[in-house]
Every structure is written in C-alpha cells, then in structure tokens.
Write a new protein. Structure first.
Length: 309
C-alpha cells in the first residue's frame, strides 16, 4: 500500500458514472414496473452503496476509507440506464475507487435483475453491455485553516528554552532531541537557550522572544511540576494574552497512556503572547517528544493561523 500517513485529513469527493445498454423491451418493462424480481433500482442502489463501503476488501492495495456519504442514483433513457455514484470522506487519500466500484456493482445488479429479458434463444447476451464507466470529477476541499497549514508548514521559527540549573548544551538531551524533531518537520530553530530555573529569568527570556520577529513558537522544557523549584508555569502565565486550556488536557491524557497516574503531577500549559504560540512542557525527553509529535507539530499551521487572526 502507498503510505498516506503524512497527508492531511481533508474532505474528499469523487463522482463516477456508467451505463448499461439493454433492449427497448427491457426499458419498457422497467418503466412499467413489471420486472419479475421487483423494482431493480432500490436493489441496485443498496448494492452500489455496500460495494463502495467494501472497496478495501475487493481491491487489495486500496486503503480502508471511513466514508461519510455514498449516494447512488439512476437515469433511464430509451436505450440505456445510467448509474451515478458520489462518494465523500474525510480522509488522507481520494475516494474515486469507491465511486467507481459503487457504479460498477449497481450496474451489475441491474444486469442481474433484467437478464432473463436480455438473453437470446441460445442464452447469450448479444447486445447487453456495460460501458462508459468513468470518473466525472474528484475534489479535495481545503478550508482556510488547511491552506494556512500548507503556507506555514515549512517556515515556522522555534525558540527552544530549557530551564535547568544542572544542564548545559552537552548534557541536554531533551533540548537537542526537540531541535531534531522540529527541524526534521521542516521548521527552523534560530534560538536555543538553557536558562536558570528562576521566575524573573524565565519571564525576561519569554518577553524577549515574544518580540523576536524570527520566532513563531516558544517551547519551554522543565519547571512544570509541583515542587517549590518548578517556576516556569508561574513565570509564563503572567506573560500570556490567552491560555490554551485544551493543550494541557490533551497532553496529560496522552501522557497517562505512557506513565500512568504520575501524569497528574504535570502542569504542562500553553497559550498565546503577541501572536506567538508558547508551550510549556516537562523536562523529560519523552514528554517533550510526546508533546511535539502528537500535538504541536501535526496541528501547528492551524494553531498559527488562529493565533494571528
């Protein structure tokens, strides 16, 4: 299978059509509602919907897509019936295979329901045919937030600030790993500092970075616990214009999966100051990695777009 895990989840739509040519006698019988097996259109509609939902089982290398909508409809003419299938999903890859499969199976069911009328004296189908199965249109609908994410994805400037009285640049594995993760995601880190675990010092550093034109995101590591030495949260709280309560809630929920009830000791917090995003994470390498890879980097463009509005 093609790896689509790094693509964005957006609304995707595909529309496909196809035709089945049958005799005029068959067309007339359909119109008169006299097909022996019953009205072929409701059956073919349900069959097309079910088929679209099972594409990953029918086409081996297709992804399993959570379809939000499948619509199958029909138009009858004097010579053929046209089937149309529209498939919609919020996902990372397109849904044209779902639409094409929906059309194809709907037409096959129509064939099955009228085949007794289409056979010749030898039991063959000399004129019946399915044809013109094609994708009419496929769309990927990106909202303003997704567009902005594309614009900012490669250009955000980070400041990584480690608060510690013990570490230096040689011993600070947390900060170095954070920089690697940020740069691997296509962003830049023009500022990397290790500063004293002191409220006034932290606050001064944050205020300076808040006004630095190179910086879009300030990431602090350390000082988010509950001991008397943990001062980062208090220092940053006085600088924030707005808090992002959901960040801490989500971080602690994800952290609980890794460290259990000890996550209650973390006061990880985030907010906005002067249009800059500020994230205060614990001092451990694993905590910073969790915050960056699971929350900050995947949704960075959207958050920046909102912060600058």
């Amino acid at each position: 299978m093609v790896d689509v895990s790094d693509k964005r989840v957006v609304r995707r739509t595909a529309e496909a059509v196809g035709r089945i040519f049958v005799s005029r006698e068959t067309i007339r019988t359909i119109r008169e509602g006299k097909i022996e097996k019953g009205d072929p259109f409701p059956v073919a509609e349900v069959a097309g919907i079910l088929a679209a939902k099972k594409v990953s089982e029918l086409i081996p290398l297709c992804h399993s897509i959570p379809l939000g909508k499948v619509d199958v409809s029909f138009q009858i003419t004097e010579d053929y019936v046209e089937a149309r299938c529209i498939a919609v999903a919020e996902y990372r890859t397109g849904v044209e295979m779902e639409a094409l499969t929906g059309v194809s199976v709907a037409l096959l069911n129509l064939w099955d329901m009228v085949k007794y009328l289409e056979k010749d004296e030898k039991g063959q189908y000399p004129t019946t045919k399915m044809t013109d199965i094609r994708v009419v249109e496929k769309r990927k609908e990106s909202g303003e937030a997704e567009k902005h994410r594309d614009m900012t994805r490669e250009h955000a400037g980070f400041a990584v600030v480690v608060t510690s009285d013990m570490r230096n640049e040689k011993t600070d594995e947390t900060g170095r790993n954070a920089i690697k993760l940020i740069e691997d995601a296509g962003h830049k880190v023009p500022v990397y500092e290790i500063i004293a675990n002191d409220k006034a010092t932290i606050q001064t550093a944050i205020k300076n970075l808040r006004d630095d034109s190179r910086i879009d995101v300030i990431l602090t590591s350390g000082g988010t616990g509950i001991s008397s030495k943990d001062r980062t949260v208090e220092a940053v709280a006085d600088v924030l214009d707005k808090k992002m309560e959901g960040f801490g809630e989500l971080f602690r929920r994800l952290s609980h999966d890794e460290i259990g009830e000890a996550t209650i000791l973390s006061r990880a917090v985030a907010g906005i100051a002067n249009g800059k995003l500020i994230f205060c994470l614990p001092g451990s390498r694993s905590a910073v990695e969790l915050g960056l890879t699971k929350i900050i980097l995947p949704s960075l463009g959207h958050m920046l777009w909102e912060a600058r509005r």
